[in-house]
Design a protein around this ligand. Structure first.
Ligand SMILES: [Zn+2]
Length: 139
């Protein structure tokens, strides 16, 4: 997904429409050329849209890895409403053979996939997984 660049922005204070560089908006540095109010809310909204999209891609990447490792299949419907690694582990758990300690196993598998995908050393399985895997994305 990409934003039109420069992006058309309607100022919420004076309703002036301007074209502004996407980078400036995403850095929360853009101001309305007419009334000079900060356009931070617009930037935050754009960040949220990008997060939604990147979060989705990240989840797909993770699921592919988990499916490959376990030989299981997770459907698109099952992915709806998954926001944390623990939730993904719970979905996986029900698909693992009954003989194993499935809860522990599922968490370990998901964690391993997340660590290798995100290239981080530790991962918070209860955080929104985009925050867990890419915590510094807007720093
Ligand atoms: Zn304005």
């Amino acid at each position: 997904m990409r934003f039109e660049d420069p992006a058309p922005v309607d100022c919420e204070y004076c309703h002036y429409r301007s074209l502004l560089p996407v980078r400036q908006l995403l850095r929360l540095q853009a101001t309305c050329p007419n009334c000079h109010q900060s356009l931070e809310p617009t930037g935050l909204q754009m960040r949220a849209q990008l997060d939604d999209w990147h979060g989705y891609l990240l989840l797909i990447e993770l699921v592919l890895e988990v499916e490959q490792e376990t030989g299981t299949q997770i459907s698109d419907e099952e992915l709806d409403g998954i926001h944390t690694l623990r939730q993904l582990a719970r979905t996986l758990e029900s698909k693992l053979p009954n003989s194993m300690d499935r809860t522990t196993q599922a968490i370990e598998i998901v964690q391993r996939a997340a660590l290798s995908t995100s290239q981080r050393d530790v991962i918070d399985v209860d955080a929104n997984f985009l925050d867990a895997m890419k915590p510094n994305r807007w720093a």
